[in-house]
Design a protein around this ligand. Structure first.
Ligand code: SF4
Length: 312
């Protein structure tokens, strides 16, 4: 039986497992299941360099599963439980155990895992998981292997199996902006996974000390904003990456829609907040509470967005 599980700092604050104030409160309980340690070799992730309490820039302290279950019983603010998994043998069975042991909280479950077998996908579905996410992470097909340490086809193959079992819209993936892809490649990856029935969620690359990419730069705010708009137009407005216009170096120069449509996207603001599973807000996952914000934890100012959108 699993003794303990890692809990994201913001979720631990929300559950009262840690004392302190959070600027934006977590609306999802983020858990990380790892036992023997991750065998993956994602260049950007501290977990692939041995035991670490960090995922992205966030600290994930360990708590006993019973403590988490007890704290959950007393909490009424959370909308979802997200079980994130390291890449280890039989990790899906450990995720399933956590789902069973926290099911009495009555919250919907998301699981984010490395590519899984058909049996493991079916087992998580039977355990009551609502949304299964297999992160693609990198949209740069040429550099995929060197960034993720595995083939893109393996990940897409597993996602296809998840769509068959969980269905369209109940299958997710993560795309990290800033891992060597051009804006065009990011838009094309968003487009192709969405047409497969997969809901993409955006992250901004965050350099973490001790990783191969610790000195690599973050994406520019302008590039991130343009990819957030691209995601929104593809997922919500039925557009395609081929509708957008690009410069020689693959930068988005026009979205192929009337200015009013773009103004409406800026006015609405939520395309620039965390988009993914319902209730997922993962505050400050890629930025400090003081900003600048990649995924806004609050509804942003349209004027500011307009300045950022066509900036560098
Ligand atoms: S989108 Fe959010 S809730 Fe869904 S798997 Fe990713 S991190 Fe978890």
């Amino acid at each position: 039986m699993i003794e303990s599980v890692r809990v994201s700092y913001g979720s631990a604050l929300e559950l009262g497992l840690l004392k302190g104030m959070a600027g934006a409160r977590s609306t999802t309980l983020y858990l990380f299941v790892s036992d023997a340690g991750c065998r993956g070799s994602c260049a950007f992730c501290p977990q692939s360099y041995g035991e670490s309490s960090k995922i992205s820039r966030i600290d994930w302290p360990r708590f006993r599963v019973e403590e988490v279950a007890r704290a959950l019983r007393g909490s009424g603010t959370l909308k979802r439980i997200c079980v994130q998994c390291s890449d280890e043998p039989r990790i899906a069975y450990k995720a399933e155990e956590i789902v069973r042991r926290l099911a009495s909280a009555g919250l919907p479950f998301s699981v984010s895992a490395p590519p899984l077998s058909v049996e493991e996908v079916g087992m998580l579905k039977s355990a009551g998981v609502e949304i299964l996410t297999i992160p693609v992470d990198c949209a740069d097909k040429k550099g995929y292997k060197s960034v993720k340490g595995r083939d893109l086809e393996e990940t897409l193959g597993s996602l296809k199996e998840v769509v068959k079992v969980f269905g369209r819209g109940r299958t997710g993936t993560h795309i990290i902006v800033g891992l060597g892809e051009s804006e065009r490649e990011a838009a094309e990856m968003l487009d192709s996974v969405f047409r497969m029935g997969i809901v993409p969620s955006l992250f901004a690359f965050t350099p973490v000390k001790g990783t191969k990419l610790e000195n690599a730069g973050r994406p520019t705010l302008g590039a991130y904003r343009r990819i957030q708009v691209a995601r929104h137009l593809i997922v919500k407005a039925g557009m395609k990456a081929s509708d957008f216009e690009y410069s020689q170096d693959g930068r988005i120069t026009w979205f192929g829609c009337p200015d009013e449509t773009l103004d409406e996207v800026l006015r609405r603001g939520e395309p620039f907040m965390v988009r993914g599973c319902p209730g997922c807000n993962r505050p400050y996952f890629n930025e400090k509470a003081s900003g600048p914000f990649y995924n806004y934890p609050f509804r942003p100012d349209p004027k500011r967005l307009a300045e950022e959108l066509w900036s560098n």
